[in-house]
Design a protein around this ligand. Structure first.
Ligand SMILES: *Cc1c(COP(=O)(O)O)cnc(C)c1O
Length: 388
Protein backbone atom coordinates (compact mmCIF):
# COMPACT_ATOMS: atom_id res chain seq x y z
CA UNK A 1 0.00 0.00 0.00
CA UNK A 2 1.05 3.57 -0.67
CA UNK A 3 1.63 6.06 2.14
CA UNK A 4 -1.82 7.75 2.02
CA UNK A 5 -3.61 4.39 2.27
CA UNK A 6 -1.30 3.32 5.09
CA UNK A 7 -2.19 6.49 7.03
CA UNK A 8 -5.83 5.37 6.84
CA UNK A 9 -5.26 1.68 7.70
CA UNK A 10 -1.89 1.22 9.46
CA UNK A 11 -1.91 -0.64 12.78
CA UNK A 12 -5.37 -2.18 12.33
CA UNK A 13 -6.85 -5.10 10.37
CA UNK A 14 -10.44 -5.64 11.50
CA UNK A 15 -11.69 -9.21 10.98
CA UNK A 16 -15.24 -10.34 10.26
CA UNK A 17 -17.75 -8.91 12.77
CA UNK A 18 -15.12 -6.68 14.45
CA UNK A 19 -16.15 -3.06 14.92
CA UNK A 20 -14.82 -0.99 12.02
CA UNK A 21 -13.61 1.76 14.36
CA UNK A 22 -11.25 0.58 17.11
CA UNK A 23 -12.85 0.28 20.57
CA UNK A 24 -11.12 2.08 23.44
CA UNK A 25 -9.81 -0.60 25.78
CA UNK A 26 -9.96 1.41 28.99
CA UNK A 27 -8.60 -1.06 31.53
CA UNK A 28 -5.57 -1.16 33.81
CA UNK A 29 -5.35 -4.96 33.90
CA UNK A 30 -6.32 -8.16 32.02
CA UNK A 31 -7.67 -11.51 33.31
CA UNK A 32 -6.20 -14.99 32.81
CA UNK A 33 -7.42 -18.61 33.02
CA UNK A 34 -4.48 -20.12 34.84
CA UNK A 35 -0.75 -19.87 35.50
CA UNK A 36 0.23 -21.39 32.17
CA UNK A 37 -1.91 -18.83 30.29
CA UNK A 38 -0.36 -15.87 32.14
CA UNK A 39 3.13 -17.28 31.74
CA UNK A 40 2.66 -17.74 27.98
CA UNK A 41 1.59 -14.10 27.50
CA UNK A 42 4.33 -12.79 29.80
CA UNK A 43 6.89 -14.78 27.78
CA UNK A 44 5.50 -13.58 24.46
CA UNK A 45 4.51 -17.12 23.38
CA UNK A 46 0.84 -16.11 23.23
CA UNK A 47 -0.48 -12.68 22.12
CA UNK A 48 -2.12 -10.54 24.77
CA UNK A 49 -1.62 -7.90 27.44
CA UNK A 50 -1.02 -8.13 31.20
CA UNK A 51 -1.12 -4.66 32.67
CA UNK A 52 -1.57 -1.23 31.05
CA UNK A 53 1.86 0.09 32.09
CA UNK A 54 3.36 -2.70 29.93
CA UNK A 55 1.01 -2.66 26.94
CA UNK A 56 -2.54 -2.07 25.76
CA UNK A 57 -4.44 -2.58 22.47
CA UNK A 58 -4.83 1.14 21.65
CA UNK A 59 -1.22 1.93 22.52
CA UNK A 60 0.01 -1.01 20.41
CA UNK A 61 -2.11 0.24 17.49
CA UNK A 62 -0.49 3.70 17.63
CA UNK A 63 2.97 2.13 17.86
CA UNK A 64 2.34 -0.09 14.84
CA UNK A 65 0.82 2.75 12.80
CA UNK A 66 3.67 5.22 13.33
CA UNK A 67 6.29 2.48 12.77
CA UNK A 68 4.54 1.60 9.50
CA UNK A 69 4.48 5.22 8.25
CA UNK A 70 8.14 5.78 9.21
CA UNK A 71 9.21 2.48 7.61
CA UNK A 72 10.47 1.17 10.98
CA UNK A 73 10.45 -2.37 12.41
CA UNK A 74 8.84 -1.36 15.70
CA UNK A 75 7.48 1.53 17.74
CA UNK A 76 7.02 2.55 21.36
CA UNK A 77 4.38 5.06 22.45
CA UNK A 78 5.03 7.16 25.56
CA UNK A 79 3.28 9.65 27.84
CA UNK A 80 4.73 12.63 25.90
CA UNK A 81 7.27 13.59 23.28
CA UNK A 82 9.76 14.32 26.08
CA UNK A 83 9.26 10.81 27.50
CA UNK A 84 10.07 9.36 24.05
CA UNK A 85 13.22 11.51 23.74
CA UNK A 86 14.27 10.64 27.27
CA UNK A 87 13.77 6.90 26.64
CA UNK A 88 15.66 7.09 23.34
CA UNK A 89 18.66 8.97 24.74
CA UNK A 90 19.02 6.68 27.75
CA UNK A 91 18.67 3.59 25.52
CA UNK A 92 21.41 4.75 23.13
CA UNK A 93 23.56 6.02 26.02
CA UNK A 94 22.67 3.98 29.14
CA UNK A 95 25.87 5.16 30.85
CA UNK A 96 27.37 8.69 30.93
CA UNK A 97 28.88 9.43 27.50
CA UNK A 98 29.34 12.33 25.10
CA UNK A 99 26.06 13.27 23.38
CA UNK A 100 26.09 15.59 20.36
CA UNK A 101 23.03 17.80 19.96
CA UNK A 102 22.09 20.34 17.30
CA UNK A 103 22.27 23.89 18.68
CA UNK A 104 18.67 24.67 17.74
CA UNK A 105 17.25 21.52 19.33
CA UNK A 106 13.85 21.93 21.05
CA UNK A 107 14.33 23.80 24.33
CA UNK A 108 13.09 21.05 26.68
CA UNK A 109 15.32 18.49 24.95
CA UNK A 110 18.37 20.67 25.63
CA UNK A 111 17.01 21.15 29.16
CA UNK A 112 16.88 17.37 29.65
CA UNK A 113 20.47 17.01 28.47
CA UNK A 114 21.76 19.98 30.48
CA UNK A 115 19.76 19.72 33.69
CA UNK A 116 19.23 15.98 34.08
CA UNK A 117 21.93 14.14 32.13
CA UNK A 118 24.96 16.47 32.40
CA UNK A 119 24.93 16.26 36.25
CA UNK A 120 25.07 12.46 35.90
CA UNK A 121 28.30 12.77 33.89
CA UNK A 122 27.03 13.02 30.31
CA UNK A 123 29.08 15.41 28.20
CA UNK A 124 26.86 17.65 26.05
CA UNK A 125 28.42 18.75 22.75
CA UNK A 126 26.24 21.39 21.10
CA UNK A 127 26.95 21.92 17.39
CA UNK A 128 25.58 23.85 14.44
CA UNK A 129 24.42 20.98 12.21
CA UNK A 130 24.85 23.27 9.18
CA UNK A 131 28.63 23.16 9.82
CA UNK A 132 29.56 19.61 8.80
CA UNK A 133 33.20 20.02 9.88
CA UNK A 134 32.10 21.00 13.39
CA UNK A 135 29.72 18.01 13.45
CA UNK A 136 32.55 15.69 12.40
CA UNK A 137 34.84 17.02 15.15
CA UNK A 138 32.12 16.56 17.76
CA UNK A 139 31.43 12.95 16.77
CA UNK A 140 34.71 11.50 18.09
CA UNK A 141 33.84 9.09 20.89
CA UNK A 142 30.18 10.19 21.00
CA UNK A 143 27.38 7.76 21.86
CA UNK A 144 24.66 9.61 19.97
CA UNK A 145 23.87 12.56 17.71
CA UNK A 146 20.48 14.18 18.19
CA UNK A 147 18.95 16.56 15.63
CA UNK A 148 15.62 17.67 14.18
CA UNK A 149 14.37 17.52 10.59
CA UNK A 150 12.95 21.07 10.75
CA UNK A 151 14.01 23.23 13.68
CA UNK A 152 12.06 25.41 16.05
CA UNK A 153 11.29 28.30 15.59
CA UNK A 154 13.22 29.39 12.46
CA UNK A 155 12.40 26.29 10.40
CA UNK A 156 15.95 25.50 9.36
CA UNK A 157 16.12 22.18 7.53
CA UNK A 158 18.83 19.74 8.61
CA UNK A 159 20.64 17.91 5.83
CA UNK A 160 19.83 14.50 7.34
CA UNK A 161 21.58 12.62 4.52
CA UNK A 162 24.89 14.42 5.13
CA UNK A 163 24.57 14.14 8.93
CA UNK A 164 23.74 10.41 8.80
CA UNK A 165 26.69 9.76 6.45
CA UNK A 166 29.00 11.40 9.01
CA UNK A 167 27.36 9.44 11.83
CA UNK A 168 27.88 6.18 9.93
CA UNK A 169 31.53 7.03 9.17
CA UNK A 170 32.17 7.58 12.91
CA UNK A 171 29.95 4.75 14.16
CA UNK A 172 27.63 7.21 15.96
CA UNK A 173 23.86 6.54 15.74
CA UNK A 174 21.70 9.50 14.72
CA UNK A 175 18.40 10.13 16.53
CA UNK A 176 16.05 12.44 14.64
CA UNK A 177 13.14 14.37 16.15
CA UNK A 178 10.77 14.39 13.16
CA UNK A 179 7.90 16.22 14.92
CA UNK A 180 7.72 19.25 12.59
CA UNK A 181 7.83 17.21 9.35
CA UNK A 182 5.76 14.15 10.33
CA UNK A 183 6.34 10.82 8.55
CA UNK A 184 4.15 12.01 5.69
CA UNK A 185 6.72 14.59 4.61
CA UNK A 186 10.01 13.00 5.70
CA UNK A 187 11.14 9.54 6.84
CA UNK A 188 14.57 9.97 8.45
CA UNK A 189 15.26 6.21 8.62
CA UNK A 190 15.47 6.28 4.79
CA UNK A 191 18.25 8.89 5.13
CA UNK A 192 20.16 6.60 7.51
CA UNK A 193 18.92 7.65 10.96
CA UNK A 194 19.05 4.96 13.68
CA UNK A 195 15.77 5.99 15.29
CA UNK A 196 13.07 8.66 15.09
CA UNK A 197 11.04 10.36 17.81
CA UNK A 198 7.82 12.35 17.59
CA UNK A 199 5.86 14.56 19.86
CA UNK A 200 2.54 13.03 18.76
CA UNK A 201 0.99 15.97 20.64
CA UNK A 202 1.62 17.95 17.44
CA UNK A 203 0.89 16.78 13.87
CA UNK A 204 0.26 13.06 14.52
CA UNK A 205 -2.56 13.84 16.99
CA UNK A 206 -3.20 17.00 15.03
CA UNK A 207 -6.14 18.42 16.99
CA UNK A 208 -4.50 20.04 20.07
CA UNK A 209 -6.33 17.63 22.39
CA UNK A 210 -3.72 15.15 23.63
CA UNK A 211 -0.12 14.79 24.84
CA UNK A 212 1.82 11.73 23.58
CA UNK A 213 5.18 10.63 22.15
CA UNK A 214 6.43 7.87 19.88
CA UNK A 215 9.87 6.34 19.29
CA UNK A 216 10.46 4.11 16.26
CA UNK A 217 13.50 2.14 15.09
CA UNK A 218 14.73 -1.42 14.87
CA UNK A 219 13.04 -4.00 17.07
CA UNK A 220 15.98 -4.62 19.42
CA UNK A 221 16.39 -0.91 20.19
CA UNK A 222 12.67 -0.33 20.66
CA UNK A 223 12.36 -3.33 23.00
CA UNK A 224 15.23 -2.03 25.14
CA UNK A 225 13.51 1.38 25.29
CA UNK A 226 10.19 -0.32 26.11
CA UNK A 227 11.74 -2.16 29.06
CA UNK A 228 12.94 1.21 30.42
CA UNK A 229 9.54 2.85 30.01
CA UNK A 230 7.84 -0.09 31.75
CA UNK A 231 10.24 0.47 34.67
CA UNK A 232 10.10 4.28 34.81
CA UNK A 233 6.35 4.42 34.17
CA UNK A 234 6.23 6.96 31.31
CA UNK A 235 3.52 4.94 29.57
CA UNK A 236 0.69 6.32 27.43
CA UNK A 237 -2.98 5.91 28.38
CA UNK A 238 -5.47 4.12 26.06
CA UNK A 239 -7.63 7.18 25.38
CA UNK A 240 -4.69 9.37 24.30
CA UNK A 241 -3.46 6.53 22.06
CA UNK A 242 -6.95 6.18 20.56
CA UNK A 243 -7.13 9.94 19.88
CA UNK A 244 -3.66 9.91 18.32
CA UNK A 245 -4.64 7.04 15.97
CA UNK A 246 -7.83 8.85 15.08
CA UNK A 247 -5.77 11.95 14.25
CA UNK A 248 -3.23 9.96 12.26
CA UNK A 249 -5.95 8.68 9.89
CA UNK A 250 -6.06 12.14 8.23
CA UNK A 251 -2.37 13.03 8.58
CA UNK A 252 -1.74 12.88 4.81
CA UNK A 253 -4.60 15.31 4.05
CA UNK A 254 -3.71 17.64 6.87
CA UNK A 255 0.03 17.81 6.08
CA UNK A 256 -0.73 18.72 2.47
CA UNK A 257 -3.06 21.53 3.49
CA UNK A 258 -0.77 22.73 6.34
CA UNK A 259 2.11 22.88 3.84
CA UNK A 260 0.11 24.70 1.13
CA UNK A 261 -1.37 27.20 3.60
CA UNK A 262 1.99 27.96 5.23
CA UNK A 263 3.82 28.54 1.95
CA UNK A 264 0.95 30.68 0.68
CA UNK A 265 1.01 32.82 3.85
CA UNK A 266 4.82 33.05 3.88
CA UNK A 267 4.77 34.34 0.27
CA UNK A 268 1.97 36.76 1.10
CA UNK A 269 3.84 38.21 4.10
CA UNK A 270 7.35 38.26 2.57
CA UNK A 271 8.40 41.85 1.91
CA UNK A 272 5.36 43.48 3.57
CA UNK A 273 5.93 46.67 5.55
CA UNK A 274 6.76 45.80 9.15
CA UNK A 275 8.03 42.30 8.26
CA UNK A 276 11.83 42.16 8.38
CA UNK A 277 12.30 38.46 7.51
CA UNK A 278 10.04 35.51 6.73
CA UNK A 279 11.67 32.23 7.74
CA UNK A 280 10.18 29.52 5.52
CA UNK A 281 12.52 26.91 4.01
CA UNK A 282 10.63 26.73 0.69
CA UNK A 283 10.78 30.45 -0.08
CA UNK A 284 13.23 30.78 -2.99
CA UNK A 285 15.32 33.31 -1.00
CA UNK A 286 15.73 30.93 1.98
CA UNK A 287 19.25 29.57 2.62
CA UNK A 288 17.52 26.20 3.21
CA UNK A 289 15.66 26.15 -0.12
CA UNK A 290 17.99 23.60 -1.75
CA UNK A 291 18.11 21.14 1.16
CA UNK A 292 14.37 21.55 1.84
CA UNK A 293 13.49 20.88 -1.81
CA UNK A 294 15.58 17.69 -1.72
CA UNK A 295 14.52 16.41 1.73
CA UNK A 296 10.90 17.61 1.75
CA UNK A 297 9.67 17.27 -1.86
CA UNK A 298 6.00 17.23 -0.79
CA UNK A 299 6.15 20.37 1.38
CA UNK A 300 7.62 21.50 4.68
CA UNK A 301 4.49 21.45 6.86
CA UNK A 302 2.66 24.29 8.59
CA UNK A 303 5.48 25.93 10.51
CA UNK A 304 7.18 29.21 9.64
CA UNK A 305 8.41 32.28 11.49
CA UNK A 306 8.29 36.04 11.03
CA UNK A 307 10.68 38.65 12.27
CA UNK A 308 8.73 41.85 12.87
CA UNK A 309 10.71 45.06 12.38
CA UNK A 310 9.02 46.73 15.37
CA UNK A 311 10.30 44.14 17.88
CA UNK A 312 8.34 43.17 21.00
CA UNK A 313 6.01 46.19 20.73
CA UNK A 314 4.98 45.17 17.21
CA UNK A 315 4.34 41.60 18.40
CA UNK A 316 2.20 42.87 21.27
CA UNK A 317 0.14 45.00 18.85
CA UNK A 318 -0.21 42.10 16.43
CA UNK A 319 -1.47 39.72 19.14
CA UNK A 320 -4.07 42.25 20.31
CA UNK A 321 -5.34 42.83 16.77
CA UNK A 322 -5.58 39.18 15.67
CA UNK A 323 -9.19 37.97 15.32
CA UNK A 324 -8.97 34.47 13.88
CA UNK A 325 -5.41 33.42 14.68
CA UNK A 326 -4.77 32.75 18.40
CA UNK A 327 -1.69 33.06 20.63
CA UNK A 328 -0.93 29.55 21.98
CA UNK A 329 2.41 27.95 22.75
CA UNK A 330 1.98 24.65 20.92
CA UNK A 331 1.69 23.66 17.27
CA UNK A 332 0.41 21.20 14.72
CA UNK A 333 -3.33 21.64 15.32
CA UNK A 334 -6.12 22.35 12.84
CA UNK A 335 -6.36 25.97 14.03
CA UNK A 336 -3.70 28.55 13.16
CA UNK A 337 -1.75 29.72 16.22
CA UNK A 338 1.17 32.02 16.86
CA UNK A 339 3.77 31.59 19.52
CA UNK A 340 6.44 33.93 20.87
CA UNK A 341 9.72 32.00 21.36
CA UNK A 342 11.23 34.67 23.66
CA UNK A 343 8.56 33.97 26.30
CA UNK A 344 7.61 30.36 25.50
CA UNK A 345 9.85 27.68 23.94
CA UNK A 346 13.12 29.63 24.37
CA UNK A 347 12.32 31.32 27.67
CA UNK A 348 15.07 29.47 29.54
CA UNK A 349 17.85 30.71 27.23
CA UNK A 350 19.77 33.90 28.07
CA UNK A 351 18.89 36.79 25.67
CA UNK A 352 22.39 36.74 24.09
CA UNK A 353 22.00 33.07 23.21
CA UNK A 354 18.56 33.67 21.70
CA UNK A 355 19.99 36.50 19.56
CA UNK A 356 22.98 34.36 18.55
CA UNK A 357 20.51 31.79 17.26
CA UNK A 358 18.63 34.37 15.20
CA UNK A 359 15.64 34.70 17.55
CA UNK A 360 14.95 38.41 18.09
CA UNK A 361 12.33 40.19 20.23
CA UNK A 362 10.35 40.52 16.96
CA UNK A 363 10.31 36.79 16.20
CA UNK A 364 6.92 35.09 16.11
CA UNK A 365 6.38 31.47 15.15
CA UNK A 366 3.30 30.56 13.17
CA UNK A 367 1.68 27.12 13.17
CA UNK A 368 -0.52 27.31 10.11
CA UNK A 369 -3.79 25.45 10.47
CA UNK A 370 -6.38 24.26 7.99
CA UNK A 371 -8.48 27.41 7.54
CA UNK A 372 -8.99 29.11 4.17
CA UNK A 373 -5.63 30.75 3.44
CA UNK A 374 -7.33 34.00 2.37
CA UNK A 375 -8.91 34.39 5.82
CA UNK A 376 -5.50 33.81 7.40
CA UNK A 377 -3.77 36.26 5.07
CA UNK A 378 -6.41 38.93 5.80
CA UNK A 379 -6.17 38.45 9.56
CA UNK A 380 -2.36 38.51 9.68
CA UNK A 381 -2.11 41.45 7.30
CA UNK A 382 -4.49 43.62 9.33
CA UNK A 383 -2.71 42.61 12.54
CA UNK A 384 0.79 43.39 11.23
CA UNK A 385 -0.09 46.70 9.46
CA UNK A 386 2.04 49.58 10.70
CA UNK A 387 -0.74 52.18 10.73
CA UNK A 388 -2.61 52.57 14.05
C1 LIG B 1 6.60 19.63 21.53
C2 LIG B 1 7.90 19.08 21.09
C3 LIG B 1 8.60 18.15 21.87
C4 LIG B 1 8.10 17.71 23.23
O1 LIG B 1 6.93 16.99 23.10
P1 LIG B 1 5.82 16.90 24.29
O2 LIG B 1 4.78 16.04 23.67
O3 LIG B 1 5.39 18.29 24.58
O4 LIG B 1 6.50 16.27 25.44
C5 LIG B 1 9.78 17.65 21.38
N1 LIG B 1 10.28 18.05 20.19
C6 LIG B 1 9.65 18.94 19.41
C7 LIG B 1 10.24 19.33 18.12
C8 LIG B 1 8.43 19.49 19.83
O5 LIG B 1 7.81 20.39 19.07
Amino acid sequence: MRLDSRAVHAGREPRARDPLAPPIVQTSVYVFDDLEDYDAVADGRRPGHLYARNSNENVAMLEAAVADLEGAEAGLATASGMAAISAAVSTFAPRPAPVVAAADTYGSTLGLLRQDLAPLGYELRVVDTGDLEAVERALTGAALLLCETITNPLCRVTDLEAICRLGAAHGVPVLVDNTFASPLLCRPLEAGAAAVVHSATKYIGGHSDLVAGVLVGDRALVERARARVIRNGACLGPFEAWLAVRGLRTLHLRMRRHSDNALCLARHLDGRPGVRVVHHPLLENSPYFEVASRLLPHGSGGMFALDLAGGREAVQTMLRRLRLVRFAASLGGVETTVSYPDLTSHRSLPPEERLARGITPGTVRISTGLEDPEDLAEDLTQAIREAP
